[in-house]
Write a protein that binds this ligand. Structure first.
Ligand code: URA
Length: 207
């Protein structure tokens, strides 16, 4: 199931992000801002725990988010561009990283890095990767996280292709996807159209 976050600010910033004139610095800042706005919606059902605090006037029972029960997983390398924004919302959340490359012969994703916090079974895992293109690496990352014990996951991206969504949903029907937009199609090189180009290159100024 995909939820498109159609908030006007998300859509406005996404338009700026897509433009080819947008500089590396602006692209990075926009990714962070959009991620924060997406995160606000994605984390809407975060559990709260009670805490006793003192205001200047009296003691009271308040609530706080349990950052310990949450973990953000960045799919390297472009996931890093979203991680910062979502981390602004919950700075105490644990962070994991999944690194995958595409085998040139089989075209299948191959793991080169995998490091996640302990206690994955108890955590809500928010997996972030800006582009859900073929869906293969996203699905493989989620499979690895499930093998590491994760049971409750959400996937957050900026743009998704219909082909990638279909692949991902077939592999992981239990993992909801949140996106700023679902674009028209993939091309023969697995780029999303109209898209925004190569998210990693635009984030890091490589090309
Ligand atoms: N990854 C990107 O960075 N861009 C695309 O269009 C597809 C995958």
């Amino acid at each position: 199931m995909v939820t498109v976050i159609d908030h006007p600010l998300v859509q406005h910033k996404l338009t700026l992000l897509r433009r080819k004139e947008t500089t590396t610095g602006e692209f990075r800042r926009l990714c962070r801002e959009i991620a924060l706005l997406l995160g606000y919606e994605v984390l809407r059902d975060l559990p709260l725990e009670p805490i006793t605090i003192e205001t200047p006037l009296e003691r009271m029972q308040a609530v706080q988010v349990s950052g310990k029960k949450l973990c953000f997983i960045s799919v390297l390398r472009a996931g890093e561009g979203i991680l910062d924004g979502i981390l602004d919302l919950v700075p105490s959340a644990r962070i994991g990283h999944v690194g995958l490359y595409r085998d040139p012969a089989t075209h299948e994703p191959v793991k080169y890095y995998f490091k996640v916090p302990e206690g994955m079974a108890e955590r809500l895992c928010i997996v972030v990767d800006p582009m859900l293109a073929t869906g293969h690496s996203a699905a493989a990352a989620v499979t690895m996280l499930k093998e590491a014990g994760a049971r409750r996951l959400k996937f957050v991206c900026l743009l998704a292709a219909p082909e990638g969504l279909a692949w991902f949903e077939a592999a992981h029907p239990d993992v909801p996807v949140f996106a700023a937009a679902v674009d028209r199609e993939l091309d023969d090189h697995a780029y999303i159209h109209p898209g925004l180009g190569d998210a990693g290159d635009r984030l890091f100024g490589t090309k």
